[in-house]
Unconditional design. Sequence first.
Length: 236
Amino acid sequence: MSKTKERTTAPAPHAVPQQTQTVGPVAPPRVSARRRRPGVIALSLALIGAGGVGGAVLLLQVSDRTDLVTVARDVQVGQVLTEQDLGKASVALDPAVKAVRADDVDSVVGKRAAVELKPGSLLAPAQVTRDSLVKAGEQLVPIGLKPEQVPATALVPGQKVQLVHVPAQRAADPGKESGADGPQSIAGRVVKVSKAAPGAGVVVVDVATTADDGPTVAAWLSADALRLVLDAPENN
């Protein structure tokens, strides 16, 4: 009988025995808790509080606004105000400022502008009047002033002036005769002043005089013998 040699496989000298792997739950990484900073927390609370105070102040400012009457377009002196001439705006009003409230707009509609009104401005009670700028017994005389005759002091409605007769040499006085004390003058009151005409620069001033003096002033004007003189402020 033949002998069969049994072949045996010797284990490798560096072989690592196989280990059975077990699968289980993976633990999450450990996160260390952050250190609280009291200073940062206090600063955050302060900022939040400041924001609340600022909002409260803003709310109070908005709530203090008042609806006031504004001028919507140009209004000339003596012109009757209509609803289309006026507007409304919500304004934080200083108590020292006098302005017509929006609730009282009906009290100014139908009145006359005592001064020239410009769009965008607040309407003050003193800027309107029920009275005609030309009173009973007066006449309105338009006087054209050349650039060299216009006073440097701005002419405004209500300002008192003197209409002085300055006849040419040897010219007859078309009105009353001049006295020995000097040239004749007639008292007047400015009602309206136009803007300077383009090119010529002539300014037209509407002056109210008495009905008796109106024809005399017109005669002086036609003879180019009239000058307008401002009264001193203490006489206004």
